[in-house]
Every structure is written in C-alpha cells, then in structure tokens.
Design a protein around this ligand. Structure first.
Ligand code: GRF
Length: 199
C-alpha cells in the first residue's frame, strides 16, 4: 500500500513507519511526507530515507478552506492508498476528507474519547488520572472523534511530567501505528458503526 504521512514535528512516529517499510514483507511504503511547516524533523527524516516531501504552509493560502484543498492536492499527487496523520498540527477539513476520508488515520497520545485536542498529555498529567494510553483512529470531521482502530493503556507514574509520560506513550504509539498500517494495508477496514475491527 502507498502511504502518505502528514507530520509537523520531530517525526519519531514517522521514523518508526519508515523503519518498518525497510522490511521486505511489510505491506506498505511511505511514498511522501507532507508538512504544514518547513524545517521540521519529520521532513529531514523523510529526506534521509529517500522519501519525497512537500510543505503546504497555511500562510501561503488565503484561508483554511483554500489551504485544505491545496493540502488535498499535494496528498493526491502521491496517489496514496492510506494517509497517516502522525503529529500533524492542523485539523483536516471538508475538502480533504471528501477525498481521503475513510482511509485517513490519526494517532493520539490518550485513550480517546478522554483528552482530545492539542495538548492531551499535558491535560492528562494535570487531571491526575492513573492510566492513560494511545489511540489510533479513523479521521472524521470532528476533533479526534473518528472510529477507534486500536488502543493500548499506559500507566501514569506519580512523578511523571508531560515529557516523561509522552515519551512512554510514544513507544506504544510507534508500535500500534506500524501494526495498524500493516493490518489496513493487508485487509482494509470496513467501518461498521463505531468500533472498527480489522480482520
Ligand atoms: C505523537 O504523540 C502524536 O500522537 C501527537 O504528536 C506526537 C508526534 O510525535 N499528535 P513525533 O513528532 O512523531 O515524535
């Protein structure tokens, strides 16, 4: 399967996918990495792996709607089977989802529906819960609200900071993302209501 990854940060989750794609029997290949920001680690990691990159900066477009359509065009140019949002800093809009909804997944460092939004690990530590985790879900028009594909719990330690906890969650995210992409590449996912079971 041809995979396009959307990433805006250091790209350690992207790196896990890039590493998995080195495997001869891994059923997916990252064909392009697209960011909304130039100069981020994810773009360097893609280039180091010989993977094409594209930057679609909101500042270069009149408004969100125009930017969203431009992002969709950039992704479409790579002819993806699957789009993976791995630390992408912006919400995907109507035009994007019209073209790639149902085959766009996101990874979120919390057990959705708990702690959605832009700072889930900070919110998790602030709330004082004892268990959190990671979620991989299909992207829909809401904020972190799409059908859940995979989840795994991560314990919160008393002395955890946002950073120490986030690093431990990312270890789980990397493995879950690699596994979920492989499962989708092999079997696809029919969305049957809320819970999605990949055969
Ligand atoms: C991940 O925890 C992802 O769930 C969140 O941002 C982080 C990206 O990490 N949205 P990295 O840039 O891949 O290291």
């Amino acid at each position: 399967a041809r995979v396009v990854v959307l990433a805006s940060g250091s790209g350690s989750l992207l790196q896990a996918l890039l590493d998995a794609c080195e495997g001869a029997d891994y059923p997916a290949r990252v064909v392009t990495v697209v960011s909304d920001r130039a100069g981020v680690g994810a773009l360097d990691r893609a280039t180091a792996a010989g993977v094409a990159t594209a930057v679609v900066r909101p500042a270069e477009y009149g408004d969100r709607v125009v930017w969203d359509a431009a992002l969709a065009d950039a992704v479409a140019a790579a002819e993806p089977d699957l789009v993976v949002s791995a630390g992408f800093g912006r919400l995907l809009g109507e035009a994007f989802l019209a073209r790639f909804g149902g085959r766009t997944i996101n990874t979120h460092p919390a057990l959705l529906p708990a702690f959605p939004g832009a700072h889930p690990v900070r919110d998790t530590v602030a709330y004082g819960v004892k268990v959190t985790g990671a979620t991989v879900h299909l992207v829909d028009a809401g904020v972190d609200t799409g059908p859940v594909l995979a989840q795994e719990a991560v314990g919160v330690e008393p002395d955890d900071t946002e950073d120490t906890l986030h690093e431990r969650i990312k270890v789980v995210e990397r493995r879950m993302l690699v596994e979920t992409v492989a499962a989708l590449a092999r079997h696809g996912a029919t969305v049957t209501g809320r819970g999605v079971n990949i055969p």
